[in-house]
Design a protein around this ligand. Structure first.
Ligand code: DOR
Ligand code: ZN
Length: 350
């Protein structure tokens, strides 16, 4: 199979930031994806429907002329998020989900949740109204090994919360461990999982062996090869509740190439090509359409796109960096696979 035409895909996990960075990156997602779930971890975070409405307007204003990209907004869950806010979110028509960041787990998560049980009334309202909980699944206790945080979160926090709220729709985002892959491809009808290109293509050796590669540093961190293989198997399985979520998370070059570098991989321009490469590597392109274009809308109760996108097996070179001006400046963003090649390319969209 050298060419693949699929309904226009959506990105079910995307960081667009704000201000000049938003302006610099939004066009890359909008060029390929029809819709994207927009992460609310701005500073300050997007915690109210009113803030989500204002952020949505800023995103729409930053789009290239003529773009029909639809940002699907999320609220940042805190212990102060009320069931009334959830009712407003569900009635808004533009807030699609609520995001859980365990406090301190990742970029801009300081305002997140310390104990999810404190949010039980809010979660009950979400379950009642069908508003999904999107989960950054990492337990963040200081004594926990960074490579084990996802597994521990599943046991200590996720499974108990799902047991307390049987009807709550949950997305375990950016699944990174074999345990997570097993859970989301199981029989929990209200649980889905998203997978990033970096976790399907790289393991922790790529990050740490033979030199530190800051542009492969993200949270949850890349894991062992056995985990990567399990993730690839899950993502390419054709299971109805696994779908695409890039977690494309731009940071200025200087913030990543630093003594204390930020977590996040900027993948938006090449994400579809990288996913195609990952699926192709295990002969699973037959399941690519379900993963990229169908399973996400199905889970969220939204229509599959009526537009199409075509990918072709065609080698392309990935630029060393994006953004205007000087290579070390604030507007400069280094993409995933920078300076390398991808084996697939998006050729048309209709
Ligand atoms: O690597 C990451 N970067 N993981 C996250 O959860 C947040 C993201 C960001 O916002 O940069
Ligand atoms: Zn993210």
């Amino acid at each position: 199979m050298d060419e693949l035409t699929i309904p226009r895909p959506d990105d079910w996990h995307l960081h667009l930031r704000d201000g000049p960075l938003l302006q610099a990156v939004v066009g890359y997602s909008a060029a390929h994806f029809g819709r994207a779930i927009i992460m609310p971890n701005l500073r300050p975070p997007v915690t109210t429907v009113e803030q989500a409405a204002a952020y949505r307007e800023r995103i729409l204003a930053a789009l290239p002329p003529g773009s029909d990209f639809t940002p699907l907004m999320t609220l940042y869950l805190t212990a102060q998020t009320t069931p009334q806010e959830i009712e407003q979110a569900a009635a808004s028509g533009f807030v699609q989900a609520v995001k859980l960041y365990p406090a301190g787990a990742t970029t801009h998560s300081e305002a997140g949740v310390h104990d999810l049980r404190a949010c039980d009334e809010t979660l009950a309202a979400m379950a009642e109204l069908g508003l999904p909980l999107l989960v950054h699944g990492e337990e963040n206790a200081a004594e926990l090994d960074i490579f084990e945080r996802e597994q521990v979160f599943i046991e200590r926090t996720l499974l108990p919360a799902m047991a307390r709220h049987r009807r709550l729709k949950v997305v375990l985002e950016h699944v990174t461990s074999a345990e997570g892959a097993r859970l989301v491809t199981g029989n929990e009808a209200n649980l889905a999982g998203t997978f990033t290109p970096q976790h399907l293509l790289y393991n922790r050796n790529a990050l740490l062996s033979g030199g530190l590669r800051p542009h492969l540093y993200c949270m949850p961190i890349l894991k062992r090869e056995a985990d990567r293989v399990a993730l690839l198997e899950a993502a390419t399985s054709g299971h109805p509740r696994v779908f695409l979520g890039t977690d494309s998370a731009p940071h200025p070059r200087g913030a990543k190439e630093s003594a204390c570098g930020c977590a996040g991989c900027f993948s938006a321009p090449w994400a579809l090509a990288l996913y195609a490469e990952a699926f192709d590597s295990v002969g699973a392109l037959g399941h690519f359409e379900a993963f990229a274009s169908r399973n996400g809308p199905e889970f969220y109760g939204l229509p599959v796109s009526g537009q199409t996108l075509t990918l072709r097996r065609q080698v392309e070179s990935v630029p060393e960096f994006y953004g205007a001006g000087d290579e070390s400046g604030d507007a400069c963003i280094v993409p995933l696979r920078a300076g390398g090649e991808v084996a697939w390319s998006v050729v048309t969209r209709q």
